[in-house]
Write a protein that binds this ligand. Structure first.
Ligand code: SF4
Length: 77
């Protein structure tokens, strides 16, 4: 792991989801992401998280309070 990657991911430990069940944020196909999105709503690093997911074209999971279809929409309005 490069220093740049570590810096790029430094915000993660401040995330409201840090230490929670990852399955909430990466639900099975058809599973609910409501609980994850509620956690993101009060997250102090929501913007950093969303920017990271957009930059890396993350196609799975909830990042910055948005699912992949929602992130795709804001990438290409
Ligand atoms: S915005 Fe959501 S997924 Fe991102 S760090 Fe915060 S709680 Fe976790």
């Amino acid at each position: 792991v490069s220093t740049q990657t570590i810096q790029e991911l430094a915000w993660q430990q401040q995330g409201a989801c840090w230490g929670t069940d990852p399955q909430l944020f990466f639900p099975e196909r058809g599973g609910s992401s409501i609980e994850a999105k509620q956690t993101c709503r009060g997250c102090p690093v929501r913007l950093e998280c969303l920017e990271y997911a957009l930059r890396h074209h993350e196609k799975f999971g909830v990042w910055g309070g948005l699912s992949w279809p929602e992130r795709r929409r804001i990438r290409r309005p």
